[in-house]
Design a protein around this ligand. Structure first.
Ligand code: PLP
Length: 396
């Protein structure tokens, strides 16, 4: 077995859309020209389209965390009271950002693998009307857990606080009704379901959030969203943009529009469901009590370090999956579904997992996990047989 194609199967960066990758070679465009303005206007309008919002959508040159920081410094002042839902490493990142900007954060913590409940958010808001913002992960990538941002959003909507959602792995893996659920700020990142390399962050910003920005006193310069908005309105970015990634994004958005955002979500949901059924069929346990569709976190067999499975995928199949982060390292391995993942990938991943478990002495009936995936496919996505050509037409 000498040929092992490298496959990036992590929950970010994710597999790249070939058309997007090829488009990056046309990067010799200057950003203060009509060519650029045409590209940028298209990207901004397509982003709104796929996010299903009429709110302003802005693009920043940074990884997703830059979007999280911008969502903090542009709308709040040091000393402001905020509420943070923390259910994993990314929730902890919100807490760190609040600390860095001098905000007074009340933190609702769920153990790794669990979600923060919307009732708790509602009760905390009722007890503390001074809270100006509520922060959460739609999908907590470190534990494979999703939050009920709909119920949380409806609760926050009734207050003066704004709802700031890290949807970096939520976009494209779960429905997000930005206006209906009151998602005031939604942050996305290029290297997740958008199928392109890391380096761009996106923010959708509601009128309620913009109103709060008027009184926000945290210092800002590079991530000045009002400045960015003023430029975006004339088809330009405030600073030199990442042209290569914008070209890639334009192609990815064209692709997502062609299949439909709802179908991209359904794709992730179906793959996630098939993954859950397959790993349980193989006797493995899910880590999350509220599993989402961006990534599935799985406990290794008793007594086995999950790093062994991650390493085996790499060594045997050149497939890159992820271990747990922080204290979850060794405790879980994570299989991703967001963006450019398909059933073909999943059949291989599950077949390989069976081989890896067997090679490590576990009793595995080859094909049992794969059959679980096949059953989900057959039940949900098996197309009706194509209408057969009349024999006469074939003979001609
Ligand atoms: C990937 C990710 C981020 C962003 O991380 P960066 O490395 O800054 O791109 C933030 N939140 C969640 C939930 C993520 O999955």
């Amino acid at each position: 077995m000498y040929i092992k194609k490298q496959r990036l199967l992590t929950p970010g960066p994710t597999p790249l859309l070939p058309a997007a990758l090829h488009a990056m070679m046309g990067s010799d465009i200057h950003h203060r020209t009509e060519d650029f303005r045409t590209l940028y206007k298209q990207v901004l309008s397509d982003l709104k389209h796929v996010l299903g919002t009429s709110n302003d959508v802005l693009v920043l040159v940074s990884s997703g965390s830059g979007g999280l920081e911008a969502a903090t410094q542009n709308f709040f002042s040091p000393g402001d009271e905020v509420l943070v839902c923390s259910a994993g490493k990314f929730g902890e990142r919100w807490v760190d950002i609040m600390k860095a900007w001098g905000m007074k954060a009340t933190v609702l913590t769920a153990p790794y693998g669990d979600a923060v409940h919307s009732e708790t958010v509602e009760q905390t808001l009722a007890k503390n009307p001074a809270i100006k913002g509520v922060f959460v992960q739609a999908s907590e990538t470190s534990t494979g857990t999703q939050h009920d941002v709909k119920s949380m959003g409806l609760a926050v909507k009734k207050t003066n606080a704004i709802f700031v959602v890290d949807a970096i792995t939520g976009i494209g893996t779960m429905p997000l009704d930005i206006a209906g659920w009151g998602l005031d700020i939604v942050v996305g990142g290029s290297q997740k379901a958008f199928m392109i390399p890391p380096g761009l962050a996106f923010l959708s910003i509601s009128p309620k959030a913009w109103a709060l920005a008027d009184s926000a006193k945290a210092p800002r310069f590079y991530f000045d969203l009002k400045r960015e908005k003023k430029n975006a309105d004339s088809g330009e970015s405030a600073w030199t943009p990442n042209i290569a990634l914008l070209l890639a994004l334009a192609e990815a958005l064209k692709y997502i529009k062609s299949i439909g955002m709802d179908k991209l979500v359904e794709n992730a949901q179906l793959l996630a469901r098939a993954t859950r059924e397959a790993v349980q069929e193989l006797g493995l346990e899910l880590f999350s009590s509220s599993p989402g569709s961006s990534v599935t976190a799985v406990r290794p067999p008793a007594g086995m370090d999950s790093g062994v499975i991650v390493k085996e995928f790499r060594n045997r199949f050149n497939a890159i999956i992820t271990n747990g982060q922080g204290s979850m390292k060794g405790q879980i391995f994570r299989l991703a579904h967001l963006g450019y993942f398909d059933f073909h990938d999943l059949f291989a991943i599950v077949a390989e997992l069976e081989l890896i478990l067997a090679a490590n002495g576990l009793p595995v009936r080859f094909g049992s996990g794969v059959a679980a995936v096949q059953n989900v496919y057959a039940g949900a996505a098996l197309p009706k047989p194509a209408v057969r050509e009349p024999e006469a037409a074939l003979a001609r």
